[in-house]
Design a protein around this ligand. Structure first.
Ligand code: ZN
Length: 168
């Protein structure tokens, strides 16, 4: 898949469609993660470079990207080396790159380890994705706990504003 080169107008239109779909559905949790109106609107955004999420103190806390398949915002504290990034969740650091036949996405493995700024708060597995993610600021110790719906809204707002930063 090629990296998207979205015009401002195209990005604004996609964001509008996605936010409309979210509004109609009520949230972006559980089976809504697979809802076609929402997933199709997000398709052109899946290979955008990961966006940096920052604490209100200004410190970078995590990198966010749209999941390869679902209407879901994945997150990782670290990024892969520049040469290994090809947009979306491929921009994330893989803690265990040579492991075969793994069941979990690398970023979920990292979050499940509890050793990074991104942590799993609970695990609702009916949709195959964590429910809430927790973000710990390494500098001021602020804690942010966000559901997928909130992460989607923040991510989409950044795309609409053509910003590469998400303020938590
Ligand atoms: Zn902070």
């Amino acid at each position: 898949m090629e990296k998207p080169n979205l015009t401002k107008e195209a990005a604004a239109r996609l964001v509008e469609v996605a936010l409309d779909a979210l509004k109609t559905l009520g949230d972006g949790e559980g089976r809504h993660i697979y809802e076609p109106t929402l997933t199709r609107a997000l398709d052109p955004l899946r290979r955008l470079p990961a966006l940096g999420a920052r604490c209100r103190c200004g410190t970078g806390v995590a990198w966010w990207a749209i999941d390869p398949a679902g209407a879901f915002v994945a997150a990782s504290q670290r990024r892969a080396p520049p040469k290994e990034r090809s947009g979306g969740t491929t921009d994330f650091h893989d803690p265990n790159p040579r492991q075969a036949g793994r069941g979990l996405a690398p970023w979920i493995e990292s979050a499940a380890s509890g050793k990074t700024s991104v942590k799993l708060v609970d695990w609702k597995n009916n949709a195959g994705y964590p429910l809430r993610l927790r973000f710990d600021c390494p500098k001021c110790n602020a804690v942010y706990v966000l559901k997928n719906t909130e992460r989607l809204r923040l991510f989409l707002a950044a795309i609409r504003d053509q910003s590469d930063t998400i303020m938590l």
